[in-house]
Design a binder for this molecule. Structure first.
Ligand SMILES: NC(=O)c1ccc[n+]([C@@H]2O[C@H](COP(=O)([O-])OP(=O)(O)OC[C@H]3O[C@@H](n4cnc5c(N)ncnc54)[C@H](OP(=O)(O)O)[C@@H]3O)[C@@H](O)[C@H]2O)c1
Length: 309
């Protein structure tokens, strides 16, 4: 029998166990730390995987990330024979789409300022900009960026997107590569980050990038905290270059008490909750992928290690 090890919190682990028992009884499900004979383990699902963990399973074929990103893994530590597979989960996509719509609409409608007015007891109307006059620029046109752009379509915003390789998307002006970044930034009244965190994208939303945005632009970060140079964001807010931001991610997480993001009225901050991995949907995605492996098909969400995402 093929053995699969789940290494995560015990409560979710039991939910995974129940789902495997129901939908994949032929797969020998093991809940960490009761992993049985390590030589029988073909697959491991984990939030993180220190090198000793991988070394423990000599016949490991695949490591499944329990999140959409893989930046928490040290890719150089992975033995060649182990495939790294990220979670392409409809539950995560739905969560990100909901949050992105909330954030873009909140920024489009100046909600951070109105919240501040409310706290100060001020009744003040501001000019309403029609959606058709607002440009939304999305960094990252992967599973999440594309889903967000599709969901934004009906609101009538002007949509722009940026990716590493060239893309064509209905109703979206697409840019690519380093050369395309400036063009995207110049068109982003609301900039939404949905990039993976890699050496190329770390710190990409920095002072130089802020300077290329239209004056008073707004930022939504749904990627990773490491994408934004946080001191540069505070400076850009102070200079009026950026007028408001919605941040679901930060660096480090959790942000230490007293960090300026907590008390800045121009920032709406949430503790990395835009999307959560639900056992019901994630376990089914992984089971479907194990079936692909058993049928000799490539994994969905296989991460090319040289690309890093
Ligand atoms: N806040 C949360 O709760 C939460 C939840 C889930 C995920 N996330 C974050 O969202 C990220 C994106 O997820 P996804 O599933 O959409 O990933 P994905 O399908 O791998 O897509 C990544 C996109 O980013 C582009 N990209 C990567 N490196 C680039 C570079 N150097 N320059 C330009 N474009 C680049 C890719 O370009 P190509 O199309 O050319 O490959 C692709 O379009 C995850 O890695 C994770 O960090 C956050």
């Amino acid at each position: 029998m093929d053995a699969f090890v789940y290494k995560g919190d015990a409560v979710r682990g039991e939910q995974w166990r129940a789902l495997f028992a129901e939908e994949a009884p032929d797969i020998d499900f093991r809940l960490w730390p009761e992993t049985g004979d390590p030589a029988e383990v073909r697959w491991l699902a984990s939030w993180q995987a220190p090198s000793e963990l991988i070394a423990e399973f000599p016949n490991l074929e695949a490591l499944f990330s329990l999140g959409a990103g893989v930046d928490q893994f040290n890719l150089v530590q992975l033995p060649e024979q182990v495939s790294l597979v990220r979670l392409v989960d409809p539950g995560i996509i739905a969560g990100i789409v909901e949050y992105a719509i909330f954030a873009v609409l909140a920024l489009h409608r100046d909600i951070p300022r109105y919240l501040q007015d409310q706290r100060e007891g001020v009744w003040r109307e501001r000019k309403l900009t029609p959606a058709a006059e607002r440009r939304v620029g999305v960094l990252g046109l992967g599973e999440l960026g594309r889903a967000v752009l599709e969901a934004l379509g009906p609101f009538g915003f002007k949509l722009h997107g940026w990716s590493r390789s060239a893309k064509t998307l209905d109703g979206v002006e697409c840019f690519c590569g380093e050369g395309g970044l400036d063009a995207l930034l110049a068109r982003a009244d609301i900039l939404v980050c949905l990039l993976p965190l890699t050496p190329d994208t770390r710190g990409i939303i920095n002072r130089e990038a802020f300077a290329k945005l239209p004056a008073g632009a707004r930022l939504v970060n749904l990627g990773r905290g490491g994408h934004v140079v946080q001191d540069d964001l505070l400076a850009a807010l102070d200079e009026g270059r950026v007028s408001a931001a919605v941040l679901d991610v930060a660096s480090p997480e959790p942000l230490p008490p007293g960090h300026p993001f907590y008390s800045d009225p121009r920032i709406i901050l949430t503790p990395h909750i835009a999307a959560m991995t639900h056992p019901q949907s994630a376990a089914r995605v992984v089971i479907a992928n194990l079936r692909r492996a058993q049928a000799g098909l490539p994994f969905e969400g296989l991460v090319p290690l040289d690309r890093g995402y």
